[in-house]
Every structure is written in structure tokens, then in C-alpha cells.
Ligand binder design. Sequence first.
Ligand code: NAD
Ligand code: GLY
Length: 370
Amino acid sequence: MTASSALPYQRLHVELDARRYPIHVGPGLLDDPDMLVPYLAGQQVMIVTSETVAPLYLERLKHALSGDGRDVREIVLPDGEHTKTLASVERIWDALLAAGFNRRCTLVALGGGVIGDMAGFAAACYQRGVAFVQVPTTLLSQVDSSVGGKTGVNHPRGKNMLGAFWQPRAVVIDTRTLTTLPARELSAGLAEVIKYGLIQDVDFIAWLEARMSALRALDADALTDAILRSCAIKAEIVAADETEQGQRALLNLGHTFGHAIESHQGYGNWLHGEAVGAGMLMAAALSQRLGWLEPDEVLRVEALIAHAGLPVTAPASMSGDDFLSIMRLDKKNIDARLRLVLLSRLGDACIHDATPSDMLDALLTDFPRR
Ligand code: NAD
Ligand code: GLY
């Protein structure tokens, strides 16, 4: 991972040998052909976006991508986590086939993590794999989902159960797109930002404690710094463990609990980041029960999550058994063993598969509900 500072924008790289790719971060990049055109495989371009994002940014992106005789089309999908299905991806494939696009086409994902995950999966499968570029427009997608090549869709029985690892050719983050993002979605993105501090960077936790109000007030410098630090941590982890054979699983802190909340509550009722926020606090509370965190450290985690505008309780309608039955389907599990990402201390995480079942049951029963 490398960073540049002499440019009017910031740039990092995900170091994956021949598949190395840049993450460009800066204001107004959506309009800059130099940020986008070099990463196209050929003349055929399909922008995949959503009904909310299209009116805001589609024409500008199209303008930046057009020229030199390129055939730039778009498919606009309905919004929301409940649309992250195989049926939506089929619509992307239908659009590509109807346009007569071949293996030299490029998909450009313009939107949040739902669009990015689906467009990436469509690209991974279309004619056995075509190029794609991520243009993420939510904080969550800018700091997490657009980087690292996890693509896919949900199944009614489990979150992200169908998918592929398929890396983009570039990630182009226009930080100005965050100005139109609803506050609730910004908070959801902050959950993944907090995650990086908790798993890897105790100094970043302190930085976030000091800057949380500025971040929520859309301070451009604070947001850019948070995005860069988050992407740097993610790029380093992905470069070391692309297909999650080991340390990449640490990026799932709070996700096993969080995915259970999302699945149980119905996709979209709790935002992914909200469920991860509550889930990270559950992981911290379990880490305390294991003797790894002090009570005041868990309170510090709780205060940071609350300050980000995220829930610090689980849904009242979810029993401990509800959690367990969904958590047993988690992709990290090996055979029947439940594997959880927990905090060995603040700023350091581990994968743990030996939590005594009575301890986990007690946590799931006692954790506050609302
Ligand atoms: P999302 O894609 O549903 O976007 C949230 C909402 O914001 C949508 O309604 C969207 O249309 C709208 N929106 C997007 N950009 C906007 C903008 N600039 N202004 C106004 N509105 C805008 O949600 P998300 O939080 O971006 O992503 C969540 C998804 O990401 C989940 O499906 C999750 O599983 C996935 N995810 C994937 C990875 C990965 O590594 N692939 C990592 C984390 C999360
Ligand atoms: N969001 C988890 C990962 O990319 O591995």
C-alpha cells in the first residue's frame, strides 16, 4: 500500500501483483475522465446505479466516461438491501446481453455497497468475468465495500451467501458525494470506520473520539482523513489475505452478530452499519466476559458507537436463540464450530472459536434490548 500527496487528490494502492489497483480519493473526481477512462477495458461501458443515486450523479459520470466513440449505457436498479438479490443481478446481465456487450466491456458501479456488491458480482460472472470500476457514493462503500473485491447478493436464509471474489480495476472516491447522503447513512458508514480503529489502530480510536462531531457535520478534511486511514488499513489487510484464509476475517468484527440482526429484522430495516455498530458492542462485551477488555474499555467503545449515532442495543424482538440459529450459518464457521471476531485488546482483534457456550448464551440473553 502506498500513498501520494503531491496530487490534488490522494491515492493509495491495493497491492495484488498484476491485479494491483488504485484507490483515488478527493473532491469532484466523479467528473474527471483521467480518474476513470484509463481503467476501462474497451469501448463498451455499463454504469450500474440505483434510483436514488441516478438523479444525483449519473449524468455527470456519463459525461466523464463518454467521448472517443465509447458506448456508455446505464442500468438503474431499485434501491435498498432487500433488492440485493440474484434477480437484480440477472437484470444487469440482461441489460449487458441486450446491449450486445462482449468480454471487453466494463461495468462501473455508481452507488452504495448494495450496488457495488451486485455490479461486482455481475462482472465476475458475465462471460466468465469482465472489468469493473467502483465509484462508491456512501461513506460505508467508500471506506469498506468498494475495496477488496468481495461481491455478491443475499439469500433469504443468509446475508451475502452467494458471491465471488472479483477485484475492481480502480476505486474512485468522490468525497463530495457525501454531501447528499442522509445522516442515518453517514452514521452507518461510521460503524465501519470505527471498526478499523478497534481491530488495528488504537490511535485511530482516539482520533475518532476527537473528530466524531466534525465527521457527523461533514467536515471535508476530517472525512477525507477518515476515508484514507480506513482504506489504508483495508488495502493492507486485503493485500495480505485476499480470499480470507486468515486475517481478513478480522474485518468482520461485529458482523456475525450484525448479520444476525439484519437477517432477523428483514433486510433494510436495520441498516448494515447500524447492525455492525450494535454487533461490535456485543463483541466487545463478550471480550470483557472472556477477561480481555476492562469494563471501562467497553464503555469507551459504547460511547464512540453512540456518538456516531449508532444503536448500542439489540432489537427487542430477538431472543438469544434467534441470534444463535442465524450465527450458525456464518461463513467464517468451520464445520459446527462458531468462530467469532473478538477484541484481544482495544486496537487488536482475534478470531476465537472456543467461547464457552454458556458464556455466549448469557451474553446473548443479557445484552440490552430496545
Ligand atoms: P446502500 O448501498 O443501500 O446505500 C444506502 C442508501 O444511500 C441507498 O438508498 C442509496 O441509494 C443511497 N445513496 C447512495 N449514495 C448516496 C448519496 N451520495 N447521496 C444520497 N443517497 C445516496 O448501503 P451501503 O451502506 O452503502 O452498503 C451496504 C451494503 O454493503 C450491504 O449490502 C453490505 O453487505 C455491503 N458491504 C459489503 C462489503 C464488501 O466488502 N463487499 C463490506 C461492507 C458492506
Ligand atoms: N467487509 C469485510 C471484507 O471486506 O472482508
